[in-house]
Design a protein. Structure first.
Length: 150
């Protein structure tokens, strides 16, 4: 069995030793992830969309995460990166105080929101720090308003 281990630095070595002693292989591409309860990722292992190299992207630099079918793009000031994980798994790894889902296919960083413009029919249009615009759909309208204190 292969696992990816996402725990704090002080617990990583002891837990890694215990798991490998029990015959469990640790692998960054493993289908199963072992995490600490209440811990959110500091960085994500992604692929650079241009070079296809593996990159550790700090979560603090993320502007948005967007799904296009089975493809998930993570945008930051440093470029566009691809994830093998579905959007719902990435959302679970991101701190809900810093990231918010605004539609079925988009998660945005609160710090990356530059402008909030009301739109027709219970929607908002957000302008992000990379100048892109995304819509808050009606399904997420009230959650967004409460989250932003509007």
């Amino acid at each position: 069995m292969k696992l990816r281990l996402e725990v704090s630095g002080e617990n990583y070595e002891a837990l890694a030793a215990e798991l490998t002693a029990r015959g469990i292989e640790l692998d960054e591409d493993a289908p199963y992830v072992l995490t600490e309860r209440g811990r959110f990722a500091d960085s994500l292992l992604l692929r650079d969309s241009e070079t296809n190299e593996r990159v550790m992207l700090p979560v603090a630099g993320i502007i948005s995460v967007e799904a296009f079918g089975h493809s998930v793009e993570v945008r930051s000031a440093h470029g566009v990166f691809l994830s093998n994980e579905p959007l719902y798994r990435l959302q679970a790894r991101l701190d809900p105080e810093k990231f918010l889902r605004v539609s079925n296919s988009v998660i945005v960083a609160r710090a990356a929101i530059v402008r909030i413009s009301p739109a027709l029919s219970m929607k908002f249009t957000l302008t992000l720090s990379d100048k892109r615009r995304v819509d808050v759909t009606r399904s997420y309208y009230y959650t967004f308003k409460e989250y932003m204190g509007i």
